[in-house]
Ligand binder design. Structure first.
Ligand code: SF4
Ligand code: SF3
Length: 548
């Protein structure tokens, strides 16, 4: 196996024997095949679209297949085999569509090869051997590390965006142009492009695509559940039966809240589900009781201690310990071999498990944290913010957020947040916030100094906030008293970073380490064009940012 798509990759170079995440070589090989096959689906779907024909089933398959291979989503080889099977059907469907479109247009269909023509061998062992032909290592040998890395940078950005498309789709929000762009990008990658300039151009367009995707998901969330409002959230449990919900899928949480209403069971958010409390249509449920635990990488200890069942709606799943393997449930694209998967929206199994589990024996403390600063809330506060800046009470903003992870160097983000001077505010999003979100940062006038804009996809809100402020101050985003310090872990963070670069945002500090798939050459280009930097020490970075 060879996989280097996430930050925790072995030795910062690549997982070659077994994934640090827990992905085994069999699953890795099957994922390589699925990644290859999905490009074949898009080769046909893209051409059919050029002739005016699209198929929604093919479109949805494409983004779901990409989401399935995101880090910490699906570790079950049987699920990936099923996905390959479905992929072969979808490729045939897209091929038929393309050929029909050609007939109607009086054109001769192109004879396509590569991912459009690949057929799996008969036996499973040959199937796994076949994956070698499509491995990243093979491409590195043929095309070099820079070109392969750029291809993968685009592909990982698409994977991250695909997750967000799938969340929007779950709420009935879709956009045909977005599907078309996914096929266009995957068709581009299927042709094995080698021109660095073209690849760099595509890197930025993938960021533009992700911006539209985050906008779509923002509409899906806010039109379905209302605009997030500043909301205090309990961080200690209450006595009683309990269910814990993790991941990013708000629809699953809403369905579960409806199905548990009146049962006496309390529902707690975990990890990236925390921002759910800010949405009026979710917060209206009294039994949405609070937030439990921290970021994803602490789950084995936290799930072990949680006295009820756990629902994992999306990434980031870690290997379940035996102590809770029989009370963790996966849904949607998530999977682990031997763990119960909920196929539809019926949570009765989970609810039964909650009734049988002990629940919390007593109430914890009353401490709360504040969430819910979506772009609407920030727009409403814009007047106060401008006044505070112009009056000298508020000197500078720091965006400190992104994906969390296990590396010890990530305490940089805690130190940085702690050292931010008292006349400065911190914007945050995603699970990186757990490094500091339970500390009391106080207020500047009426404004909290820590402004939590939401999940990783709600970086859209942080971007909108920056645009609102730039508008209010009549300047460009790069001229604002704002610095971005971003932590990355997996492909959703890659998609968001590409969006920031596409928007021309300069001087971003990235950590804890550079992605293994971005070679020094490519990082040099990003440094030259966008002044992208790696984090240094919290003290020196803070001084540099404040004195710039
Ligand atoms: Fe390694 Fe990350 Fe790939 Fe898992 S997803 S195999 S940890 S690089
Ligand atoms: Fe990233 Fe898993 Fe935390 Fe959504 S997605 S933020 S790591």
């Amino acid at each position: 196996m060879f996989c280097y798509q996430c930050e925790q990759t072995a030795k910062g170079e690549g997982c070659m024997k077994f994934g640090v995440c827990g992905k085994d070589p069999e699953t890795a090989a099957l994922q390589d095949l699925l990644n290859y096959l999905v490009k074949g689906v898009s080769m046909y779907a893209h051409r059919a679209r050029e002739l005016g024909k699209a198929d929604r089933e093919v479109d949805v398959f494409t983004v779901q297949a990409l989401f399935t291979t995101v880090t910490n989503v699906n570790f079950n080889p049987d699920d990936i085999r099923d996905e390959i099977e479905r992929g072969l059907q979808m490729r045939q469907k897209a091929k038929n569509l393309y050929e029909q479109a050609c007939r109607e247009a009086g054109q001769k269909p192109e004879g396509l090869d590569g991912p459009a023509a690949w057929l799996p061998p008969d036996s499973d062992s040959e199937l796994l051997e076949a994956a070698e032909n499509f491995s990243i290592e093979r491409r590195q040998k043929e095309l070099g590390e820079t070109v392969t890395g750029l291809q993968e940078l685009i592909f990982y950005g698409l994977k991250g965006s695909a997750a967000y498309v799938d969340h929007a789709h779950a709420l009935g929000y879709e956009n045909d142009d977005i599907y078309g762009d996914f096929h266009d990008f995957l068709n581009f990658l299927a042709e094995n492009p080698t021109e660095v300039e073209d690849l760099v151009g595509r890197v930025l367009s993938a960021g533009e695509l992700n911006f539209r995707v985050m906008e779509l998901l923002d509409s899906a969330h806010t039109e379905t559940y209302g605009h997030p409002e500043p909301t205090p959230v309990r961080i200690h449990p209450e006595e009683g039966k309990a269910i814990l919900v993790s991941g990013h899928d708000l629809k699953d949480l809403k369905d579960l809240l409806e199905q548990t209403e009146g049962s006496g069971i309390k529902v707690y958010t975990h990890g990236e589900m925390l921002p759910a409390h800010g949405y009026p249509e979710l917060n209206k449920f009294d039994h949405l009781a609070g937030n439990y635990g921290g970021a994803w990488q602490n789950q084995q200890k936290e799930f072990d201690e949680f006295p009820g069942p756990i629902l994992m709606t999306t990434n980031c799943l870690q290997k379940p310990r035996d102590s809770y393997k029989n009370r963790i449930f996966t849904k949607n694209r998530v999977g682990w071999f031997g763990v119960e998967h909920i196929e539809d929206g019926d949570f009765s199994q989970l609810i039964e498990a909650a009734k049988e589990a002990p629940g919390f024996e007593e109430d914890g403390g009353d401490e709360t944290i504040l969430v819910g600063f979506g772009h609407n809330a920030i727009e409403q506060a814009a007047g106060d913010i401008v006044e505070a800046v112009e009056g000298g009470a508020l000197r500078h903003f720091f965006f400190i957020g992104g994906c969390d992870g296990a590396k010890p160097g990530r305490n940089y983000y805690t130190k940085l947040a702690e050292q931010v001077p008292e006349d400065c505010a911190i914007l945050t999003a995603a699970c990186g916030k757990y490094r500091f979100n339970k500390k009391d940062f106080g207020t500047i006038g009426e404004l909290p100094r820590l402004i939590d804009t939401g999940q990783c996809n709600d970086s859209y809100s942080s971007i909108q906030a920056a645009l609102t402020l730039a508008d209010a101050f009549d300047c460009g985003v790069n001229d604002l008293p704002l610095n971005l310090v971003v932590s990355w872990f997996e492909q959703k963070a890659v998609a968001i970073l590409l969006t920031l670069l596409h928007l021309g945002i300069e001087d971003i500090r990235l950590g804890p380490t550079p992605p293994a798939f971005v070679t020094e050459d490519v990082f040099g280009v990003l440094q030259d064009e966008f002044d992208l930097k790696l984090i240094n020490s919290a003290e020196s970075d803070l001084q540099e940012m404040l004195n710039a």
